[in-house]
Design a protein around this ligand. Structure first.
Ligand SMILES: [Zn+2]
Length: 290
């Protein structure tokens, strides 16, 4: 990753008493036309520059979330789910520490992570849930309950031809074998201060993750809004399995984000891992935290 302005650090912000640290699992580059759907290149290339293969560079930023009662990881990075021979195709730059080491570097014992939550289980979000040790995948957080939408787990572990390029079942199944799964359906509390809001859109069972404490709010938007440049309502990725569902979810979610003055966390954003979604006349746009 050669772009000079991309943020390779860890942002630390509070949501009430909840402490959030953005981790950096690595980088990937995907076709800009696919990432921005119907938006013409003349517009999106002003936000993220295309490389010589028309790809835009993006980060993968799981969260480490310390609430007063729980130690939570949101999303898991790409881990080892994509074989190295495919890294060039997707522009994957995955040379840093593995997720458990990222958590340790941020000051927490991975064995003490008690909850893992994912917006969806595509390989660039769920590939780090298990780690390859001696040719076998083992849970990265062996003492954590892994809370996923049940429909997402079903599709991820039994993908049809429509889905199989997006999921890596061998990197997921050990979670069930180790009894670490908690499958839920729809909106629900994950642990106190952390809850799912079901959205559909990017996948059939995509859900965003709200953080709430002491009257303050945060929201991890997963791939409903992968980068800050995707905030405008129509800037919906062609990777979304249901673009209309993404549109409706954004129309429902944005007023709540603005009303709550929520800090929003963008998983794939290369420069601004945290910001806000604010109303600007009849539209919504990304803003910095200040
Ligand atoms: Zn993604």
């Amino acid at each position: 990753m050669t772009a000079p302005n991309y943020f390779a650090g860890n942002a630390r912000v509070n949501v009430g008493r909840i402490q959030v640290t953005t981790l950096l699992d690595g980088w990937l580059s995907l076709d800009g036309g696919a990432m921005y759907g119907v938006v013409p290149k003349t517009l999106w290339s002003q936000k993220l520059p295309a490389d010589d293969q028309n790809r835009v560079g993006m980060a993968m930023r799981p969260l480490l979330v310390r609430t007063p009662s729980n130690l939570v990881v949101v999303e898991s990075g790409i881990g080892q789910a994509v074989p190295p021979e495919l890294h060039e195709r997707y522009g994957i730059d995955r040379t840093g520490p593995w997720l458990d080491e990222l958590v340790r570097n941020a000051g927490e014992d991975p064995e003490k992570v008690d909850t893992v939550v994912c917006t969806h289980l595509h390989w660039d979000h769920a590939g780090g849930l298990c780690r390859m040790i001696d040719d076998a995948y083992r849970p990265t957080f062996p003492n954590a309950q892994h809370v996923f939408q049940a429909g997402e787990w079903q599709i991820a572990t039994n993908p049809t031809n429509l889905h199989k390029a997006s999921y890596a079942p061998p990197s997921l199944l050990p979670l069930a074998e180790h009894g670490l799964l908690k499958l839920v359906s729809g909106d629900c509390e994950v642990v106190p201060g952390v809850r799912f809001e079901f959205t559909n859109g990017h996948t059939e069972n995509h859900a965003v993750v709200w953080l709430q404490d002491s009257g303050e709010s945060g929201a991890f938007l997963g791939d409903l809004v992968p980068t800050a440049s995707h905030v405008p309502l129509a800037w919906i990725s062609a990777y979304d399995i249901n673009a209309g569902g993404s549109w409706r979810a954004r129309e429902s979610l944005y007023p709540k984000l603005a009303q709550a003055n929520a800090k929003v966390f963008y998983y794939h954003e290369p420069e601004f891992p945290v910001g806000r979604v604010i109303r600007d006349g009849t539209r919504y746009r990304h803003s910095g935290l200040t």
